[in-house]
Design a protein around this ligand. Structure first.
Ligand SMILES: [Zn+2]
Length: 244
């Protein structure tokens, strides 16, 4: 029988949390036949590196004949995802961000998929920032990413395990409900810019999902110190009725 769900772990080869957690869930009898699981970037996973030749999560849509491994792999993953109703791409972070959903392509279908999880924070991350272009999930027929951090903390791992099992137990009944019913108690954030550097007199550091103010501008911070080219990404909260 065809399965609804494909989980992908280690699209970034050094983000092992998704692999470890999904393989643990897969051993349990009741979940065994419910989904398929693949490693996004097996070469980088083996070497415990983010990627080998090109960042896979910037390589989409890719090309099956490309000279670069990750460009070929991006095309393969997008092709595989077409056989599933939902594709969930699992990432791990070093920051204390907790477990949240990233929607790279905010179509009604992808936002509805995000609403099926018992995860209160949903981040819309459009490719407005040059360094964040062409993630694999953007090109999937219906796909989202789940980010979890700090990825090596046992609490983060059990939180991810809980939400994935909760999703597997309940997604069918939640599919029958409306988006707005499923979104009760949740929040949507939208990334709209980058904080390149903190002002010299800044007394505070931004923290993940905390409200921060620089030069009179209020924003919620994300990916704090995750990249060399910026201090963090800037987000604002987005009302649900402005999503579509
Ligand atoms: Zn990642």
């Amino acid at each position: 029988m065809a399965k609804d769900i494909l989980f992908i772990g280690a699209t970034h080869g050094d983000e092992k949390i998704g692999v470890d957690v999904v393989q643990k869930i897969q051993k349990r009898e009741r979940y065994k036949e419910q989904f398929n699981f693949i490693i996004g970037n097996p070469r980088a996973y083996k070497e415990n590196k983010r990627f080998t030749q090109y960042d896979l999560n910037r390589a989409a849509p890719g090309n099956l004949n490309d000279a670069l491994y990750e460009k070929r792999r991006a095309a393969e993953l997008i092709e595989k995802s077409k056989s599933y109703k939902y594709t969930i791409d699992l990432h791990g972070s070093t920051t204390g961000c907790g477990v949240y959903i990233i929607v790279t392509n905010p179509t009604p279908e992808n936002l509805f998929l995000a609403s099926l999880f018992n995860i209160p924070r949903i981040v819309i991350l459009p490719s407005v920032i040059p360094d964040l272009v062409d993630p694999v999930s953007k090109y999937m027929s219906c796909g989202i990413e789940i980010e979890s951090g700090p990825q090596n903390l046992p609490e983060t791992r059990s939180a991810l395990e809980d939400v994935l099992q909760d999703f597997l137990n309940h997604y069918k009944e939640r599919q029958e409900k409306s988006f707005f019913e499923n979104m009760q108690g949740k929040e949507v954030y939208e990334v709209y810019g980058v904080l390149h550097a903190l002002p010299k007199d800044a007394s505070l550091r931004p923290e993940e999902f905390k409200l921060f103010n620089v030069g009179g501008e209020d924003f919620y911070a994300l990916f704090v110190d995750a990249y060399t080219y910026c201090t963090c990404l800037k987000m604002r909260k987005k009302p649900f009725d402005q999503l579509f």
